[in-house]
Design a protein around this ligand. Structure first.
Ligand code: ZN
Ligand code: ZN
Ligand code: ZN
Length: 541
């Protein structure tokens, strides 16, 4: 009798234990953001990708083929913030990489925080006095921390400060980014008093030094890069003091003029980032137990390379072929260390990119350049003529005109009327598609797609007073390379892939927005939504 009771106690115990062993959560959530990854890169280089990187995620994961940004401006900081908060700049407040402060009239960088925090790992405030304080809502990681009573660990890694800080959120154990002067990682007192031992050890490896001591040659024989334009062409930019934009790029020689920041503009910046990610998993002990952790990784180098060379370049192609290998290495590490069925991963981009405008023109496609300075100078002249002398415009940022609101108030002007006048005037300028007064966006539910995107991107006091939409293909950029920021699909269409624990593999054609990632990840991982999420849950469970 006694023996039976004892046995059933054991079986009850082991039954409970087995339920316990099947945690409803992944051990580790891994977010991968590729800076400036256009959706078409998944297929453009398909034949050259290996089986263990992007193809593995696409074949074994849920691939959203119609995933877009649902706001403008499509820049890095709002992109990363929107992915991890599940909402748009109108709500999370990261209105651009920079925006104009209404009170001081000065440009503000999204993560600068030199009054409140001190740099860690450097004494340079510009490099590391940063924090996520201007992000006005919670991230996936913030909610995860609160949900597990702060037992979860949350870490952000990227070369760019904003791409590490904004995804990691307000409660992260750490966010680390790259220092151009030393080639090592830094952080701020917002997270840590001093660099953790794992970061110091990582810095001691001097990986940037090693990566920049060899030339950048193509991964495969260069004649096989038939998806891209010839290596030497007029659409490509140059490294400082480089004579021609061709392979091999002599990194050891270029280092003298370009400094350690050179790493960012090479595919080895991605190798460095992958090593950072692995060092963070090891160093912070991520994914070791049933309490879910989060690692936010962002690959910044594809953006720098894309800006310099444009999407049709051999350089961009080589960047993605090599990135595919870095992603393969990271997946393989996760499978070994955290376990095949224990992690949940997503891959997305913070925006796409246009083709080079001159390249498009040469192919008879409408495109061109514009200079905001010429544009705002004539706007100022028009306003002086109409309203009298005065500093009517305090700035132009993110394709938005910022009015001098105090001056207008002192002259008892109706700002809405001025918005209308300025918008109508802007629409008479060359290559402008339309100009939208902010009060129209603030007051009404925008119905047309462009107005909707502008409305979702418009923060009440951080954004400007008139949003300017330039014609298709027009950019504020140099003659070489390319940029992003618009509402056109070349900037909004990006990869959205979910992979791992709880994800039903498949290809999905329905419309998905970037803000859907966070609530979807929260649902699959059985953790709370970011508090201000406006996205929907994608049905992939
Ligand atoms: Zn970016
Ligand atoms: Zn080239
Ligand atoms: Zn960019």
């Amino acid at each position: 009798m006694k023996r039976t009771i004892f046995l059933s106690a054991i079986s009850i115990f082991s039954f409970q234990f087995s339920i316990f062993a099947q945690s409803p959560h992944p051990k580790l959530i891994v977010g991968i953001v590729v800076d400036q990854m256009r959706y078409d890169y998944l297929y453009k280089y398909w034949d050259k990708y290996g089986n263990d990187g992007l193809k593995k995620l696409m074949k074994g994961g849920a691939v959203f083929k119609n995933g877009h940004y649902n706001y403008i401006p499509t820049y890095t900081a709002p992109g990363h913030c929107s992915i991890y908060t599940g909402t748009t700049p109108a709500v999370h407040g990261i209105a651009g990489n920079d925006w104009i402060d209404r009170i001081s009239g000065k440009s503000i960088y999204c993560t600068s925080d030199s009054l409140e925090v001190t740099p860690v790992g450097t004494s340079d405030k510009k490099i590391a006095a940063h924090s996520p304080r201007r992000q006005m809502v919670t991230t996936i990681g913030d909610e995860l921390k609160i949900f597990t009573n702060f037992k979860s660990k949350v870490v952000g890694v990227a070369l760019k400060d904003r791409s590490s800080i904004l995804p990691a959120g307000h409660n992260a154990n750490g966010a680390y980014w790259y220092d151009n002067t030393t080639g090592g990682l830094v952080s701020s007192s917002f997270y840590v008093k001093e660099l953790p031992v794992w970061v110091t050890k990582f810095n001691e490896k001097k990986l940037a030094d090693a990566y920049l001591s060899k030339p950048w040659n193509t991964l495969l024989p260069i004649e096989t890069y038939t998806e891209s334009f010839a290596d030497s062409n007029k659409y490509e930019g140059l490294f400082k003091e480089e004579k021609k934009p061709i392979f091999p790029h002599d990194l050891p020689a270029l280092r003298k003029a370009n400094g350690m920041g050179l790493l960012r503009e090479t595919p080895f910046g991605n190798t460095f980032t992958k090593e950072m990610a692995i060092a963070a998993i090891e160093g912070e002990g991520l994914g070791l137990d049933n309490i879910p952790d989060l690692l936010a990784v962002s690959f910044s180098s594809p953006d720098h390379i894309g800006h310099k060379y444009g999407p049709q370049s051999v350089e961009v192609e080589d960047c993605y072929l090599r990135l595919d290998l870095e992603i393969a290495a990271l997946i393989s590490y996760l499978e070994t260390k955290v376990g095949k069925d224990n992690f949940l991963l997503f891959l997305a981009a913070d925006h796409g990119a246009s083709q080079n405008a001159n390249y498009l023109s040469d192919q008879k496609i409408p495109a061109g350049h514009y200079k905001p300075k010429e544009f705002t100078d004539s706007l100022k002249a028009m306003m002086a003529q109409r309203y009298g002398a005065g500093d009517w415009i305090i700035g132009y940022e993110n394709d938005q005109v910022y009015f001098n609101r105090p001056l207008m108030a002192s002259r008892r002007m109706n700002p809405e009327e001025v918005e209308n006048v300025v918008a109508r005037w802007i629409e008479t300028r060359p290559n402008v598609h339309k100009a939208i007064p902010s009060h129209v966006l603030r007051n009404g539910a925008a119905s047309a797609k462009m107005e909707q995107l502008a409305q979702n991107g418009l923060h009440p006091f951080r954004s400007g007073d008139v949003t300017v939409i330039m014609n298709f293909g027009y950019m504020e950029w140099a003659e070489t390379g390319t940029t992003h920021g618009t509402s056109f699909t070349y900037d909004t269409h990006i990869p959205m892939i979910f992979y791992g624990k709880g994800v039903k593999p498949g290809e999905y054609l329905q419309a998905a927005n970037i803000v859907d990632i966070a609530p979807t990840i929260s649902t699959i991982a059985n953790i709370p939504f970011p508090g201000a999420a406006t996205g929907k849950v994608l049905d992939i469970k």
